[in-house]
Design a protein around this ligand. Structure first.
Ligand SMILES: [Zn+2]
Length: 52
C-alpha cells in the first residue's frame, strides 16, 4: 500500500544524545505506528547495550 511507504521513507533526525541517530516511523499494522531509533554504529550508548 502506498500510504505505508510514505511514512517509511521519512526519517527524523535525533532520538539519541550520544550519536547522530535517526528515528524511523513505520506502520507495523493499520493504525499502529512504531518509532525506531537508528543509532550510529559508533554510538557509545549502543556499544554499552550490546556488551551487557
Ligand atoms: Zn545513539
Amino acid at each position: 500500500m502506498s500510504n505505508r511507504r510514505r511514512l517509511d521513507a521519512d526519517p527524523i533526525p535525533g532520538g539519541c544524545e550520544d550519536c547522530h541517530a535517526e528515528q524511523v516511523l513505520h506502520e507495523e499494522a493499520p493504525g499502529v505506528l512504531v518509532l525506531t531509533v537508528m543509532h550510529d554504529p559508533t554510538c557509545p550508548y549502543l556499544a554499552k547495550r550490546s556488551t551487557s
